[in-house]
Design a protein around this ligand. Structure first.
Ligand SMILES: Cc1cc2nc3c(=O)[nH]c(=O)nc-3n(C[C@H](O)[C@H](O)[C@H](O)COP(=O)(O)OP(=O)(O)OC[C@H]3O[C@@H](n4cnc5c(N)ncnc54)[C@H](O)[C@@H]3O)c2cc1C
Length: 187
C-alpha cells in the first residue's frame, strides 16, 4: 500500500524486519510490480493496443485504464511524458518507460517508522533461556515469560496474538502452580 507516510500494508509489514536489517548494511530500495498478472511483453502489447485504439486521447487519460486515479499524476511525473500528449504521438521509448515503471516502480527506503508505530517487536528474552513447557526462566527461579517480552515475532495474520495468548495462559497457570508449591513448602 502506498500511504501518506510511504509504503505500508501487510506485505510491507512482512518484509520490514528484513528491510531494517538490510538498511544497516547499506541503501535499500523496493521495486513494485503494478501489473503482476501481465508479463512485460503482454503489457507492452496491451499499452500499444490502447495507444493505437485511442490515438487522440491524452496520455493521462490512457493511464486511467491502467492505474488508480491517485497514481496518475505521480506516474506522469515519473515517466516524464507530458500529461497532455496525444496517445498517437507517444513513441516507443516513452512506451518502454511506461512498461518499465509499471513492472518495476522503485522506492528508496529511508527507514522504518518509529517504535511507537510498531506492530510487533523483534528481540527480547532469548528462547534458549526459557523452558517452553512452562515458560519459566532457566536462569531465575519463579520468573515466567509470555508474549512480546520474549524473542519471538511472527508474520502478520494473528500469529502474534496467538503466541501472546498461548504463552500467557501457560505462563499464568505455571506461575500460579509454582506459587502454590512454594506456599506448601513454607507451610
Ligand atoms: C496496531 C497494532 C496492530 C496489531 N495487529 C495484530 C494482528 O492483527 N495480529 C496479531 O497477531 N498481532 C497484532 N499485533 C501485535 C499484538 O497486538 C501483540 O503481539 C500482542 O498484543 C502482544 O501481547 P503482550 O501481552 O505480549 O503485550 P501487550 O499487548 O503490549 O501487553 C503488555 C501490557 O503490559 C502493560 N505494561 C507495560 N509495562 C507495565 C508495567 N511496568 N506495569 C504494568 N503493566 C505494564 C501494558 O500497558 C500492556 O497492557 C498488533 C499490534 C499493534 C500495535
Amino acid at each position: 500500500m502506498i500511504t501518506h507516510f510511504g509504503l505500508g500494508g501487510p506485505v510491507t509489514l512482512l518484509m520490514s524486519l528484513a528491510i531494517v536489517d538490510a538498511l544497516v548494511k547499506g541503501p535499500v530500495s523496493i521495486a513494485i510490480d503494478l501489473k503482476p498478472a501481465l508479463g512485460k511483453d503482454q503489457l507492452r502489447e496491451r499499452i500499444q493496443r490502447d495507444l493505437d485504439r485511442f490515438g487522440k486521447r491524452k496520455y493521462q487519460r490512457i493511464l486511467e485504464g491502467l492505474l488508480p486515479r491517485k497514481m496518475i499524476a505521480p506516474f506522469v511525473e515519473m515517466t516524464g511524458v507530458p500529461a497532455e500528449k496525444p496517445a498517437h504521438q507517444i513513441n516507443a521509448a516513452e512506451r518502454e518507460k511506461m512498461v518499465h515503471l509499471l513492472k518495476s516502480m522503485r522506492f528508496n527506503i529511508k527507514g522504518p517508522l518509529p517504535m511507537s508505530s510498531a506492530i510487533v517487536t523483534a528481540g527480547g528474552i532469548s528462547l534458549d533461556e526459557i523452558d517452553p513447557r512452562t515458560m519459566a526462566s532457566q536462569l531465575v527461579k519463579g520468573l515466567y515469560f509470555c508474549g512480546e517480552v520474549m524473542d519471538i515475532d511472527a508474520d502478520t495474520g494473528g500469529y502474534n496474538l496467538q503466541a501472546a495468548f498461548s504463552t500467557g495462559f501457560l505462563a499464568g497457570e505455571r506461575a500460579a502452580a509454582y506459587v502454590k508449591i512454594e506456599q506448601k513448602s513454607f507451610g
